[in-house]
Design a protein around this ligand. Structure first.
Ligand SMILES: C[S@@+](CC[C@H](N)C(=O)[O-])C[C@H]1O[C@@H](n2cnc3c(N)ncnc32)[C@H](O)[C@@H]1O
Length: 197
């Protein structure tokens, strides 16, 4: 199914066709949280959170978490999964690229959202990061690094593009190849950025 418009994300949830959803948090995020147990915590936003597998991992690690997704039908299951673990997560329906933030965050974490954004809208994505983050905030991403574009998500992502788009406003703190779901082995890159003051 081709996804050209924002509303199509909703149709995927309604049709229960979420090929990106592995039913568990990104292995790279899980490892990162385990390796940084003493890191300072705060308020985290997960745009494009889907069913909230990463949101729950961050909440378990002690972050105060808000999950944002453009598809309303992603929310009921996300909420139920959080409730089953007695985790308090603020799930909201909204457009990361267009909305004015109801608050700003210490951390924005994302997992396969950048690759879902058409290249023509990626400047808006960077502007959105600057709006939703507190000054000096952290931006941690599990990026899906593919170069074969066929005009629908996932769109291509390269390190050159990330550095060009983000390098003006963010300092790259750390870049590494994470452990991945088997089907994405070697295709993911984690990038941790800090907003420049
Ligand atoms: C490829 S899925 C990834 C979902 C989740 N991060 C995961 O890895 O399981 C992309 C998600 O981003 C959401 N999305 C797409 N554009 C968005 C936007 N502008 N604002 C908020 N969410 C968006 C979609 O509804 C979908 O849930």
């Amino acid at each position: 199914m081709q996804i050209n418009e924002d509303r199509d994300w909703e149709s995927h949830y309604q049709a229960n066709e979420m090929i990106w959803d592995h039913g568990e948090a990104s292995p790279g995020l899980v490892d990162h949280l385990a390796a940084n147990l003493n890191a300072s915590l705060g308020q985290a936003l997960i745009p494009g959170c889907g069913h909230g597998h990463d949101a729950r991992a961050l909440a378990r690690a002690g972050w105060s978490v808000t999950g944002l997704d453009i598809a309303p039908s992603s929310v009921p299951l996300a909420k139920r999964l959080a409730e089953e673990e007695h985790l308090e997560i603020d799930y909201r329906v909204g457009d990361f690229l267009r909305d004015e933030p109801h608050q700003t965050f210490d951390l924005v974490f994302e997992h396969t959202l950048f690759c879902a954004i058409p290249p023509a809208r990626r400047d808006d994505y960077v502007q959105a990061l600057l709006r939703w983050l507190k000054p000096g905030g952290l931006y941690l991403a599990v990026n899906y690094m593919i170069t074969d574009d066929n005009g629908e998500p996932p769109f291509s992502t390269t390190t050159t593009e990330l550095d060009t788009r983000l390098g003006g406003s963010f300092e790259l703190l750390h870049r590494w190849t994470p452990r991945s779901y088997e089907s994405r082995e070697g295709k993911e890159l984690m990038n941790e950025w800090k907003m420049k003051s």
